[in-house]
Design a protein around this ligand. Sequence first.
Ligand SMILES: Cc1cc2nc3c(=O)[nH]c(=O)nc-3n(C[C@H](O)[C@H](O)[C@H](O)COP(=O)(O)O)c2cc1C
Length: 170
Amino acid sequence: MKQIGLFYGTYTGTTGNIAKRIAKELGEDKVAVHNICCEGDKMADYPLLIIGTSTWSVGALQEDWNNFMPKLENMNFEGKIVALFGTGDQVNYPDTFLDGMGMLYETFQFRGAKFVGFWPTKGYDFTSPLPLYNHDNFVGLALDEDNQPELTDQRIKEWCALIRPAFGLE
Ligand SMILES: Cc1cc2nc3c(=O)[nH]c(=O)nc-3n(C[C@H](O)[C@H](O)[C@H](O)COP(=O)(O)O)c2cc1C
């Protein structure tokens, strides 16, 4: 079985597309990609997790993640390493930019996960506090396919290089 489980939630397909690009960058033989809508139960099988979501309805978690939340609240992530990524729109939703990623951070943190892959806020323009780890860093990789798609490839590349050691992929 592959060591790394990548679980994503998507509405229009954007986050699913990003999930595949991250898996390709890290090595498709290492990363198993699962849509949270239907394969969330497999999450317990992996010691290493990559978790991705979009944000909808002005600050709401993507619907399939929302539906999975009751199961998540009964899970224990002690000893598991988690890297987060989020997709959003900082121009139309600056106050709630990537709130979904922030909500997942709180949920996984409360259940013992150890996080890697904090990402600098430089180059983004938003006011939402929820996806922040500290003043200068997001809790995970921040992507804006609506307004900065030309930056996505490079961001994925750098972020994957950042998390590689923690995922045993040096
Ligand atoms: C009605 C609507 C509400 C949205 N609300 C937010 C929001 O509150 N925060 C945010 O960062 N992005 C918001 N977005 C942008 C989406 O999260 C973004 O387009 C994302 O890439 C969609 O990914 P998905 O297709 O994988 O769900 C919203 C988009 C729409 C159309």
